[in-house]
Design a protein around this ligand. Sequence first.
Ligand code: 8YV
Length: 317
Amino acid sequence: MKPDILQLNPILIPAINDKLNTLYTVHRLFEQADKDTYLREHGAKIRGVITGGHTGITRAMMELLPALEVVAVNGVGTDAVDLEYARSRGLPVTGTFGALTEDVADLAVGLLIATCRGMCSGDRFIRAGDWVRNPQPGAIPLARRVSGLRVGIVGMGRVGRAIATRLAAFGCPIAYTDLRRMDDVPHAFVPELIGLARQSDALILAAAADKAEGIVDAAVLDALGKDGYLINVARGRLVKEADLVAALQAGRIAGAGLDVFVDEPNVPEALFGMDNVTLQAHRASATHQTRAAMGEMVLHSLAQALAGKRPEFSLTT
Ligand code: 8YV
């Protein structure tokens, strides 16, 4: 009999879904209208869970799954999983570590360039027919040069390092903050986030949000200053969103490029009319190539755990 797997989010790669369906009986919770009833009916036989980084799984849901042997996160963020409870049950919680590094770093750099150079507002200007109506060069304000920007990276893990590599090629001096100095990183370590913000033209968030919440607040934004840009490809809740909106509204920072938000898919509407803000719908890992690689890692983790082995990409066991 095929093991029963509970899937909390869709996987967008048909080949991965085919493999899952061949190997497992897949219960797609996201397709169920009445999720509580479905879980009560099928929970007892579920041996594995697949979830997204942003969705995770609550303790309450894990408690409804007494036969659970593994939680496979199709992502790298494990902040939405109750890791302590998983550990107490000896449950491996796995991630797709390394698979999405390049994509997330690419999007961070893309957001920085798009925001500083006004690429999305420029695109809207043409589509709206405004270039024809206003062909004079001054119709669009001058932009901000990206090459040479002083960049501060918050979180020097895999993604932070990949962002640093890319932006070093743009001639950007790089500094970073993290819980500790990293001996194998050639860039300047700044212990306090506010100090990093003060010396940066662009602050890029690439940190895990397991413990850090609201670390970018009004004081940090003011330290970044009226010529500074904030880029976030990590988690929305690293930022006090109301403080960010207020800083943008008052021109206390220059702009922001955001892939993540506190309450997705709800994005503060105040941002919609701001040409100095670039918005993405949590898309940093959303390429065919990366999602296929992530899916393979999820399959690998499920297979190892359900064969009674410790999964290679487990965080908790
Ligand atoms: C994904 C993420 O969007 O890795 C993460 O933690 O948030 C994203 O890469 C998500 O996990 C896709 O399932």
